[in-house]
Design a protein around this ligand. Structure first.
Ligand code: ZN
Length: 327
């Protein structure tokens, strides 16, 4: 059997996105299978069945990478706390992937780390070795790469940049603290801020009408469209969120001095509405003069980043393992 194919999979609460291809080029087949919220074994079985349908008759998986939200212990292969899939907590992910894909080299990563690995290899981080990524989704995830290596941390808890506290008296965060970056720049925080602003007497009629009209269906995309149409209250909402993002990025630039900072996730679709104020604020915070112009750029791979990154990490793992096995 020709085991030249590499699989990357990104486990979400509803679907597992996969990317499959030759060696370190995982884009030949992409798609998704449903996640079983109670059973990683059933989920990986579905994934293996889909992969078997796609593979040419004599081909096999040489390396399989898995990205998952939460605390991923890359040493033992076990999953720790994972808020979106509580039924998976404690699971031996590496062992179960090994059963679903026998003979393949298995790599595991936290989902934002995998997304950064994907952007570094195929997207906005190409040719960079010191990178920081922020993923602005419902919450805010973070990942750090130093000299080409992802920073996992001593207890696999590194990269929680979303819980950098920017104002101890700020809005409440899902983690129980106040004023975390996530409370300003995650969609949950932004939508709460939009509703607060809409209730204020001096709010623009446009924002007030949008919040009333969309109700629970309000999205950050709706707000970005309104801000682009020159609504003053919606523009202020993104400007202030962008400034908070810039505070966090400026702090990171002072600590890490990376090549560049990559901003991804659904909220980042607001583009320059966020990134413009973010760059201005970050530049004011950075002490090292040369680092003030560090590029702060949008991610390029969208929601495929973590599956591509997981495949890349698996390909690296296989390459590192192969010489040992031959000796
Ligand atoms: Zn927090």
């Amino acid at each position: 059997m020709n085991r030249s194919l590499t699989l990357g999979a990104d486990v979400g609460g509803t679907y597992v996105k996969y990317a499959l291809g030759d060696g370190d080029e995982p884009g030949r087949w992409t798609g998704e299978v449903p996640t079983d919220p109670a059973s990683p074994a059933i989920t990986f079985g579905r994934l293996a069945a889909r992969v078997a349908e796609l593979l040419p008759p004599d081909a096999g998986i040489g390396a399989a990478g898995l990205a998952c939200a939460g605390i991923v212990d890359v040493r033992t292969g076990r999953l720790g706390r994972t808020p979106n899939l509580p039924g998976w907590e404690g699971a031996d992910l590496a062992g179960l992937m090994g059963i679903a894909f026998p003979g393949a080299a298995i790599a595991l990563a936290n989902d934002v780390n995998a997304a950064l690995a994907g952007e570094a290899r195929f997207g906005a981080g190409r040719n960079g070795s010191d990178l920081v990524m922020l993923a602005l989704g419902t919450g805010v995830g973070g990942a750090v790469m130093i000299e080409g290596r992802l920073l996992a941390g001593h207890r696999f808890g590194a990269g929680e940049i979303g819980h950098t506290i920017l104002d101890v008296a700020g809005p409440p965060c899902n983690c129980g603290n106040r004023g975390c970056l996530e409370a300003y720049a995650g969609s949950r925080g932004l939508l709460a801020d939009a509703r607060r602003r809409a209730a204020a007497p001096d709010c623009s009629p446009g924002l007030r009408a949008l919040v009333a009209e969309r109700g629970d269906e309000l999205t950050t995309r709706n707000l970005a469209d309104l801000a682009t149409a020159s609504d003053s209250a919606a523009a202020a909402l993104f400007r202030e969120a962008g400034e908070r993002l810039g505070q966090a990025v400026g702090n990171l630039l002072n600590v890490l001095d990376p090549d560049r900072v990559i901003i991804g996730g659904g909220v980042a679709a607001a583009g320059e509405l966020l990134l413009g104020p973010c760059r201005e604020t970050a530049a004011r915070i950075v002490l090292c003069e040369a680092a003030r112009s560090t590029p702060i750029v949008p991610a390029q791979l969208g929601s495929a980043a973590a599956a591509f990154g997981a495949a890349h990490l698996a390909a690296i793992h296989l390459a590192a393992e192969a010489p040992r096995e031959r000796s």
